[in-house]
Design a protein. Structure first.
Length: 163
């Protein structure tokens, strides 16, 4: 099998990853503008569900990237190690930056939320006047900036393949 054909599953995983991640990111920005608690709950629930699929694509992305690294004999190159380290480091970084914000919003809406790496049950919703204040946070922009920088780094590493 040629090196080009071994890249196909990796590229399919990249596309799947970006489609599901784009769903979550798009919903994050849409939720900032939403003021109807019922619609906001649906947006956040859909975003949360898309993350499960995102993690499946992320695992496939790493697996096919590792296979491609062996097929292409790239393991002696720095770029593949940097890309792998970045792919492993990004989920905890993104989680650390995003989870506290979304936990507060989900908790205020009376949805289950994550705190301290544990899923917490839904509580009584907060005063509806508090929700717009929570949504006005710049945190989604910070999360998007971190993710965008990581994508730029991946593109540079994959295209330039610096030693």
């Amino acid at each position: 099998m040629s090196r080009t054909l071994t890249l196909v599953p990796h590229l399919i995983a990249v596309i799947g990853f970006f489609l599901t991640h784009g769903t979550s990111a798009g919903l994050a920005f849409a939720s900032r503008r939403e003021r109807d608690p019922a619609r906001l709950r649906r947006l956040l629930d859909l975003s949360f569900r898309s993350l499960t699929i995102l993690y499946v694509w992320a695992v496939l992305l790493v697996v096919f990237g590792v296979v491609g690294g062996f097929r292409g004999h790239y393991w002696g190159k720095a770029w593949i190690w940097i890309a792998l380290a970045l792919m492993i480091a990004m989920p905890p970084i993104m989680f650390a930056v995003a989870s506290s914000y979304y936990a507060k919003v989900r908790r205020a809406l009376g949805l289950p939320y994550i705190s301290g790496l544990r899923q917490r049950p839904a509580e009584e919703p907060a005063d509806p006047r508090e929700i717009p204040r929570l949504l006005d946070s710049s945190r989604p922009y910070v999360v998007a900036a971190i993710g965008s920088l990581a994508i730029i780094a991946f593109v540079i590493l994959m295209v330039a393949k610096p030693s």
